[in-house]
Design a binder for this molecule. Structure first.
Ligand SMILES: [Zn+2]
Ligand SMILES: [Zn+2]
Length: 335
């Protein structure tokens, strides 16, 4: 496939912590060996993008174009990449791994010492075009259009890894009912699990949304579920939820923290952990997670709820996410 030079392309770029993102034109080089140049058809807005703007992630590469839930269309390929022009691929958070460290060689490339992440160290999808390493791009389920497929690429993938780490719980609690939760609740229901949804106290719309998606129970995060939970996942970046969720778990239950950043966990009595309860975090994703989940999302099938924004309105989309004024996931549609 011949290489088409795209000289200039619009993007929304972060120059300093605290933001806002600036609308800019930038030069894009031709794809190098192993890379593809993609036209961005949709890019999801993830809470991690907010943490990036707010300076809650260490050492971002600035300036940076955020966005790691990219649905792209192949424009040009570097040597060694043989995709046809117009093919649709997804680009997730994991953008590069070393392939040699103890984690890469033991099925834990999500923990690679030298990993690079899309929209954090590699320019991402808040843009008309993006350059991606073809080894970390994935085919997407045909059933979903661009906007509805985008949230699968982080909310779905990290949510799926969190669900996997929660084991085969019959009763699964989910704390924070945003983009990841609304996808994972559907997968859990499809697997025959009961979902108990916890939201910000008084957030009746989110609780209704959870019940519509098949949750058995929905309530405020400071309430106890009607039955003890076998496992729970916390997607909200709120450390104070850890003791609350532990209190809701049965003995031997597992609590998974699915976020990349969380406020401090308050001191708590040891008896909340006693009884072989387990607390663990989930970091990033492996390519195996992506292949498994995207296949499963097509079969379940997962239906995402999205609110779309123009690329130029990326700052507004981030503010809506910050304020909790979104149902489902925000997605940018460049062009
Ligand atoms: Zn590695
Ligand atoms: Zn994300």
């Amino acid at each position: 496939m011949s290489t088409i030079a795209v000289h200039q392309s619009e993007c929304m770029r972060l120059h300093r912590v605290g933001g806002p993102l600036a609308a800019e034109r930038r030069d894009l080089p031709a794809p190098q060996a192993g890379q593809a140049l993609l036209r961005v058809r949709a890019c999801g807005v993830c809470r991690t993008d907010l943490h990036l703007v707010d300076g809650e992630l260490p050492e971002p590469r600035l300036p940076i174009v955020p966005g790691h839930e990219i649905v792209g269309e192949v424009v040009a390929c570097g040597s060694g990449v043989h995709w046809s022009a117009g093919a649709r691929v997804g680009v997730p958070w994991l953008g590069h791994t070393c392939g040699r460290c103890r984690f890469c060689t033991s099925g834990q490339e999500n923990l690679c010492d030298a990993a690079l992440f899309t929209g954090y160290q590699l320019d991402g999808g808040y843009a008309e075009h993006v350059l991606a390493d073809a080894r970390y791009c994935f085919e997407l389920p045909h059933e979903l259009d661009d906007a509805h497929a985008a949230p699968l690429l982080c909310a779905g993938l990290i949510g799926y890894r969190s669900l996997r780490m929660a084991g085969d719980a019959e009763r699964l609690g989910i704390y924070g009912f945003g983009a990841a939760a609304h996808i994972i609740a559907q997968v859990a229901r499809w697997r025959g699990q009961e979902v108990y949804a916890f939201t910000r106290p008084g957030d009746a719309p989110a609780q209704r949304f959870a019940l519509e998606l098949g949750a058995r129970w929905a309530g405020d995060s400071d309430r106890m579920p009607p039955e003890p939970l076998d496992a729970a996942i916390i997607f909200a970046p709120v450390g104070a939820l850890v003791p609350l969720a532990l209190k809701a778990l049965r003995k031997g239950g597992v609590l998974v923290c699915g976020g990349i950043h969380m406020s401090d966990i308050p001191a708590m009595p040891y008896n909340l952990l006693w009884g072989e309860r387990v607390v663990r975090s989930v970091a990033n994703l492996t390519r195996r997670d992506a292949i498994e989940f995207l296949d499963l999302a097509a079969r379940a099938p997962v239906r995402t709820h999205v609110e779309t924004f123009a690329l130029a309105d990326a700052n507004e989309a981030l503010e809506r996410l910050r304020a909790g004024r979104l149902t489902g996931a925000a997605v940018l549609l460049p062009g």
